[in-house]
Design a protein around this ligand. Sequence first.
Ligand SMILES: Cc1cc2nc3c(=O)[nH]c(=O)nc-3n(C[C@H](O)[C@H](O)[C@H](O)COP(=O)(O)OP(=O)(O)OC[C@H]3O[C@@H](n4cnc5c(N)ncnc54)[C@H](O)[C@@H]3O)c2cc1C
Length: 432
Amino acid sequence: MKYAIVGSGVSGIAAIEAIRSVDRSGEVVMIGDDPHGFYSRPGLAYYLTGELHDKALYPRTSDEYRQMNFRYVKGRVKGVLREARVLELENQTSIAYDRLLIATGAQALPLEMPGANLEGVFKLDHMEDAKRILKRARRGKTAVVVGGGITALELVEGLLARGMNVHYLLRGDRYWSGVLDEHESKIVEARLQVEGVTLHHHAELIEVMGKKNRVIGARLLDGRTLKCDMVAYAIGIRPRLELAIQAGLAVDRGILVNEFMQTNDPHIFAAGDVAQVYDPAVGRSVLDSLWGPARQQGYAAGLNMAGKTTAYIKAPPFNVTRLAGLTTTIIGAVGGGHDEDLVGIARGDSETWRSLPDALVAQSGFDVNHLRLMVGEQRLLGAVVMGDQTLSYPLQKIVSERIDISSIREKLLAADARIGDVVVEFWAGLRN
Ligand SMILES: Cc1cc2nc3c(=O)[nH]c(=O)nc-3n(C[C@H](O)[C@H](O)[C@H](O)COP(=O)(O)OP(=O)(O)OC[C@H]3O[C@@H](n4cnc5c(N)ncnc54)[C@H](O)[C@@H]3O)c2cc1C
């Protein structure tokens, strides 16, 4: 059996591990166009701030790769000949396959405005972007950052840590309104201001101004201009569908796959940020752009490619991140409504977070120790844990294992309830 995997991200690597757990002798080839190979993309944020060396972002040793026993081809696949089951690469070579995995990920939506191509305008997709940003930050003084999700905030914090003055532009009236509630957005914004970030609400960038092809400023819709040496943006992402479209596979916003990660061509599978996976729980196909689901989808795809039929069961999304230095866990559906800052979906984001669940909200805590629960009829649908993370693991279990919380529902929804204590007590009871 010949397996081909396009994309050297976490879903592609997980697929190889899965294939090898079933088939020790089949031929596996991975084709990837990132010159830096496989590394932790969430880790790029810590590389930007200087907390991690770039070497720390590579999770596999060369010994581990050897044991996985596959051929790695550096290059870009430009076409899939489905009838012949052959991949065409940009360097004019071709690779035959019996089973193909498209794991091409997603990429940043481009900034589309005058000046977007000037030297000094950056996105944060890959290791190479991070290296370019760091190089520029060494020479620059002031940056303008645009975008409303996690990646934009990572840019803000990275540039701040590198000694730059940062203007952060938000199109709406608060940070990440699609996922966080008003209080949570305020907590993040207050911390950013203390760190020295200049926040601009209802601020829309319409032009990057330049001189001799270099950034010198940013023009806003309301007529204001801000002097700067750099503009960094994270305004959403989109799955890389070029190959799937060229191959005539069924696509919507991502490549459509069933719960076995199989496309409408039974020889071709898709996984990770590029895949739009059928979720039986909600009866529709959804996009995630999270590391954990990408790994799980890649693993499930690999098993199915090697003939071990295994359904991918989507778990409620879960992400531990840092917002303005504050460790934050987001679990399941937390709602929040319309987010004007994002077109599509953000990095490290899940559509499930955006769908406002049919739930009542219980809240407690103060600025750096905040807890929000989305309380359904019989179970918890989601949670936001900011600051103290003691409850992060119990809540993840309670949400993902759909544990019946009827016995504590009233207590959670009582006025002035100490919801953290109620959850702790409930969790202790469960463990006993
Ligand atoms: C800055 C940043 C911060 C993030 N933070 C978080 C976080 O906090 N939590 C979280 O859960 N997730 C986070 N994510 C998202 C997470 O990294 C992704 O969900 C995950 O990497 C997706 O893995 P993947 O394998 O689907 O795709 P990718 O990691 O995107 O890998 C796909 C690879 O395929 C390559 N490729 C594309 N087309 C071709 C082609 N035609 N030929 C050859 N190669 C091709 C691409 O260059 C890329 O290397 C973050 C991502 C970024 C960029």
